[in-house]
Design a protein around this ligand. Structure first.
Ligand code: SF4
Length: 278
């Protein structure tokens, strides 16, 4: 199956709406891609990110996510076939162009999504290719499919940016549609391996701003011993247009970004548990 060349792999930013780029890929080819990881489905590559891991990053945004977070700002990445089919060789070649620059800028490669572990074979191969080029590797994931990576494959990952949404199981289910337990199990596995984690926590007024709930998350994270920092990400409305364009029912139109005081209060809860929080 030839890869489409008309659409650039590189997007200006992940907020670019991209849909149906992989619609023409036959079902059998999709199945083989998922099984072998020789081909993946990618929303886009972005370069020059300073918020997706240490230093300056090249980020590959894969498609496919099994969660349905009510505040997701990239719902076009939920569907695998919205991404363009890219062979692992081409993705690695693209990455190789930035190899030296990334080293100079003390940055690296981040595999994000969607959830990149929806395509765990592709993720494992691309991260191994990056590591083999001497590039610092980060994966940004909700961790639900963390058990799909072997210990040897985890060795190709220098940093895991793990999205923890909320502690309470019922609240988590209502917010994401999925259970929180696999994410926490993945965090524990990484802790046993002493593999660094940065936690990403999206602060959404009325949904995730219960400070007692956050204190439970903080206690868990601090107890792991491998959480280097927690990033508190204030909710924003930048992804709303995607929900509307995709015909999805957006439920947060009346929710405003948290105030600086509430963000600081959340950081204090995390710091009180002994974590670095920004
Ligand atoms: S896990 Fe990430 S990509 Fe998936 S729905 Fe939630 S915010 Fe969106």
């Amino acid at each position: 199956m030839p890869e489409p060349q008309a659409i650039s792999l590189e997007a200006k930013n992940p907020f670019e709406l991209r849909v149906k780029l992989g619609n023409d890929v036959p079902e059998q080819t999709v199945r083989e891609a998922l099984a072998t990881g020789d081909m993946g489905f990618v929303h886009s590559f972005t370069t020059g990110s300073t918020v997706d891991g240490p230093g300056v990053r090249v980020v590959a945004w894969t498609t496919g996510c099994m969660w349905r977070c009510r505040y997701c700002h990239n719902p076009d990445t939920w569907t695998l076939s919205n991404g363009m089919p890219v062979s692992v060789a081409r993705a690695a070649e693209e990455l190789g162009k930035y190899r030296e620059g990334l080293k100079v800028m003390k940055g690296g490669f981040t595999l994000s999504g969607g959830d990149p572990l929806m395509q765990h074979r592709f993720a494992a191969k691309l991260l191994a290719a990056a590591k083999a080029m001497g590039i610092h590797t980060t994966i940004e994931t909700n961790g639900y499919y963390g058990d799909k990576l072997s210990d040897a494959e985890l060795n190709s990952i220098d940093l895991v940016m793990l999205g923890i949404k909320t502690w309470d199981p019922a609240r988590h289910k209502a917010l994401t549609g999925m259970d929180v337990a696999p994410t926490l199990a993945f965090a524990r596995r990484l802790a046993v391996r002493r593999q660094p984690i940065w936690i990403r926590f999206v602060l959404v007024p009325g949904l995730t701003d219960d400070m007692d709930d956050l204190a439970r998350t903080a206690e868990f994270a601090a107890g792991l011993g491998n959480v280097e920092r927690v990033e508190v990400l204030p909710f924003h409305q930048m992804g709303r247009f995607k929900w509307e364009r995709l015909g999805l029912a957006y439920t947060l139109e009346k929710v405003e970004a948290p105030t600086a005081e509430v963000v600081e209060r959340a950081c204090e809860v995390l710091r009180k548990a002994g974590l670095k929080a920004y």
